[in-house]
Design a binder for this molecule. Structure first.
Ligand code: SAM
Length: 321
């Protein structure tokens, strides 16, 4: 990590491509290395006082009775949130950048501190959290999705990842699926106003998969922080995938099995997963399916990137055999 100068009481650092190669345990293509430079991710280390106050914020969140569990009862909340983005999108004039900013979820950058490599940092550049998630997803788009004929993002929200995915695959048919109708409204507007070609939104509920939605041959499925919302109730969707046999499934999700319970930040992350009823047992179930000879697991690793409350962007890639 490169020290670039002084700021407040800490040294300003920037995350460079080599850092992401360490975090992701791989070498990155020139294209992703360029993305890292474009994002110019500046931060500083936290002070001891900040570290302590961050731990207190996390513990308070874990014990806060007002923070709800995820689950089937939350559909209206998601609809309300994405409708706000839809109205912001409609109200925003200007170029592509401003329009796309209008559909970014409001939950990025909420706490002013983030996790990188199991330490807490104070981001100094704009959109740090959003850009670091972009680097995880864009790396996966670059490696796995360039040649697919059809790509489906389940639980896609406003569809902003699909818009970037177009940079890596100019021709695939893109599908954004979500249980919130506001998601389909935004995607249909993105497509009709020419912000992305050959993309459509479909209504889909993980708890009750619509069997009439059949995945095309040569398709790739991915999810980003949306299986998260299912707790232990992921089996209907897993059965749907096994029936439809996509060529690859790529997930960026909270996976407790990949964290280290002997590390305090990881430990608190797992506690927060439990508090929110986030995805539980998914990787173990994939291991069982592998043992039964039904799937292959291509990659399972944490990203070492997270928000203040959780290390929630672990990566699992698998395929039906
Ligand atoms: C944390 S957001 C993630 C959105 C987007 N993938 C991203 O990376 O920002 C969770 C998404 O999952 C969707 N979701 C939650 N439960 C769902 C369900 N049962 N079926 C389909 N989508 C669901 C929500 O509507 C929301 O869009």
């Amino acid at each position: 990590m490169l020290p670039n100068g002084k700021f407040e009481d800490g040294v300003i650092k920037s995350l460079i491509a080599d850092d992401f190669e360490v975090l992701f345990r791989t070498s990155l293509s020139e294209c992703i290395r360029r993305r890292v430079s474009e994002f110019a991710l500046m931060y500083r280390e936290v002070t001891d006082e900040e570290y302590e106050s961050c731990l207190l914020t996390i513990l308070r969140a874990i014990h806060d009775p007002a923070i709800p569990k995820a689950g089937a009862h939350r559909q209206d909340n998601w609809e309300k949130g994405w409708l706000e983005n839809f109205h912001a999108w409609e109200a925003t004039a200007g170029g592509k950048g401003a329009k796309i900013n209008a559909i970014l979820p409001r939950y990025f950058g909420k706490y002013g501190f983030l996790r990188i490599n199991r330490t807490l940092i104070r981001p100094l550049s704009d959109n740090f959290e959003y850009f670091s998630l972009c680097l995880i997803t864009d790396w996966l788009f670059d490696v796995y999705m360039r040649k697919a004929g059809s790509i489906y993002e389940f639980g896609c929200g406003t569809g902003y990842h699909l818009v970037r995915l177009r940079n890596y695959n100019p021709t695939a048919s893109l599908f954004g699926l979500d249980w919130a109708p506001a998601s389909q409204k935004i995607i249909s507007s993105l497509a009709s106003q020419g912000y992305v070609t050959n993309m459509q939104g479909l209504r889909f509920d993980y708890f009750n998969p619509d069997q009439n939605i059949r995945l095309a041959a040569d398709s790739i499925v991915y999810t980003v922080a949306s299986l998260e919302q299912l707790g232990r109730d992921f089996n209907p969707f897993l059965a749907y995938l096994l029936r439809n046999r996509p060529s690859l499934c790529v997930h960026v999700e909270p996976i407790a099995e990949l964290l280290d319970k002997s590390n305090i930040l990881d430990f608190l992350s797992i506690e927060y997963f439990q508090k929110r009823n986030y995805l539980t047992g998914f990787l173990d179930r994939l291991h069982a399916l592998k043992a039964e000879g039904k799937i292959d697991i291509v990659l399972e690793q944490r990203s070492f990137i997270g928000s203040l409350l959780i290390d929630g962007y672990s990566i699992v890639v698998w395929k039906p055999v």
